[in-house]
Design a protein around this ligand. Structure first.
Ligand code: UD1
Length: 418
């Protein structure tokens, strides 16, 4: 299962339902560590990142069961507070167990994430925030060791940047700290609201959901809870872009279009028409795609996780546009592959000048990362001839049955083992 072969030129039509959000489910799973007993998480996507997080939790001694899209996590008998490098190296988001472990057990030892191919992705805000909550942090032998034998204490934390991961780690630490913690300049992504909902269901006291100031009043203990994962707005946005790039008409359900407002606004400017419902969006594109500038920013700005898919659309737009990446360094790697398909793109630092071409040509390309890989499949759908996208393990990390869902919409796609 390492390549997706795409035969381009077929407009996508029909309906597709997205799974629960990857970026939420992984954190909800970590949150289950905060309480003894069995938490149940519904609408969990079947993707390899969830599998890795399940292995992280099992390594710590939790019992993880899966029945369809329902995950049960029993964190009643945690036997270790250490996450080894083999697991963190597979998925950087494993770092998010740091907060809940130190909060509940007073100690955590998590391997330092290695370099990541979409920029340096530092963890300084996670570390400084935990220190402000009273954790003692040491770095040794490639591990971060956090200890707070007397427990954590509430504090006033201002993040340098609204980091999603740092906000989540600090939230999960603060819920069991003594006293009040205020997190300012907190990230406002919908997945954080989802985590807040689960923590509140577990008995946490959190005010400010959806805003950039979260106020947490620590409690002595939390109880397991049942929670359904919010729909994946990025998976939804990817299918909307697939419809737009092929000039088709597709209904995507299972997510809240309000979570994708900026993307929908930009796609409208690019010539797409939308019909929106509470849990679905229908997109149609008839005329040529128009060029539209975008700049990625934390929510509610244009999501960095949709930047590559949007660039694929702009590669065949009727003119030139500027795409600015403000969240991660080095997140244009897929553009080099797109150029091999005939796209006209100039990169300077964190800006890409995309001059639309009349058509893309099928070519062998390599998926450089999760979203870049998905974007190359979209480019293949619009290209003339056949595109072979290799290194599909990146795509499998975050998209449940990507090729299967595209095929249902009429795409010429098939998976192939190398
Ligand atoms: C999460 C998402 C990812 C998404 C990103 C931004 C998950 C599993 N991943 O990643 O899909 O693209 O949010 O929406 O949820 N930074 C620091 N120091 C820190 C933390 C972050 O400098 O301590 C920097 C990073 O290098 C990056 C920026 O802040 O440049 C944003 O990172 P962050 O919001 O933390 O992203 P992640 O949580 O890693």
């Amino acid at each position: 299962m390492s390549s997706i072969i795409v035969t381009g030129g077929r407009p996508l039509t029909g309906s597709v339902r997205v799974a629960g959000a990857k970026n939420s489910a992984l954190k909800l799973m970590a949150a289950a560590l905060l309480a003894p007993g069995e938490s149940v998480i519904r609408n969990v996507p079947e993707i390899s990142d969830v599998q890795v997080m399940a292995e992280v939790l099992e390594h710590l001694g939790a019992r993880v069961g899966r029945d369809g899209d329902v995950l049960s996590i029993d964190a009643g008998d945690i036997t270790s507070v250490e996450t080894p490098y083999e697991l963190v190296a597979q998925m950087r988001a494993s770092i998010v167990v740091l907060g809940p472990l130190v909060a509940r057990f007073g100690r955590a030892r998590v391997a330092m994430p290695g370099g990541c191919n979409i920029g340096s992705r530092k963890i300084d805000m996670h570390v400084h925030g935990l220190e402000q909550l009273g954790a003692h942090i040491e770095f040794e032998h490639g591990y971060i060791e956090a200890s707070a034998p007397e427990g954590l204490t509430g504090a006033h934390v201002i993040l340098d940047f609204p980091s999603v991961g740092a906000t989540e780690n600090l939230l999960m630490a603060a819920v069991l700290a003594s006293g009040v913690t205020t997190i300012e300049n907190a990230a406002r992504e919908p997945e954080i609201g989802d985590l807040v909902d689960m923590l509140v269901a577990m008995g946490a006291s959190i005010v400010g959901r959806g805003s950039s100031t979260l106020k947490v009043t620590g409690v002595d203990a939390l109880a397991p809870a049942e929670h359904a994962t919010v729909g994946d707005r990025i998976e939804a946005g990817t299918f909307l872009a697939a419809a737009a790039i092929t000039g088709g008409e597709v209904t995507v359900s299972g997510f809240d279009p309000a979570h994708l407002e900026m993307v929908i606004t930009k796609m409208r400017q690019a010539g797409c028409t939308f019909e929106l419902g509470p849990d679905r969006a229908t997109v149609r594109r008839e005329g040529a795609l128009r060029p539209v500038d975008v700049a990625t920013l934390p929510f509610p700005g244009f999501p960095t996780d949709m930047q590559a898919q949007f660039m694929a659309m702009m590669a065949i737009a009727d003119g030139a546009c500027l795409i600015t990446e403000n969240v991660f360094e080095n997140r244009f790697m897929f553009a080099d592959e797109l150029k091999r398909m005939g796209a006209d793109i100039d990169i300077e630092g964190h800006r890409a000048l995309v001059r639309g071409v009349a058509k893309l040509e099928g070519a062998p390309v390599r998926s450089p990362d999760l979203r870049g890989g998905a974007a190359l499949v979209l480019a293949g759908l619009a290209a003339e001839g056949e595109t072979r996208v290799t290194d599909v393990h990146h795509i499998v990390r975050g998209y449940e049955d990507f090729a299967g869902k595209l095929a249902v919409l009429g795409a010429g796609v098939r998976m192939e083992d190398d």
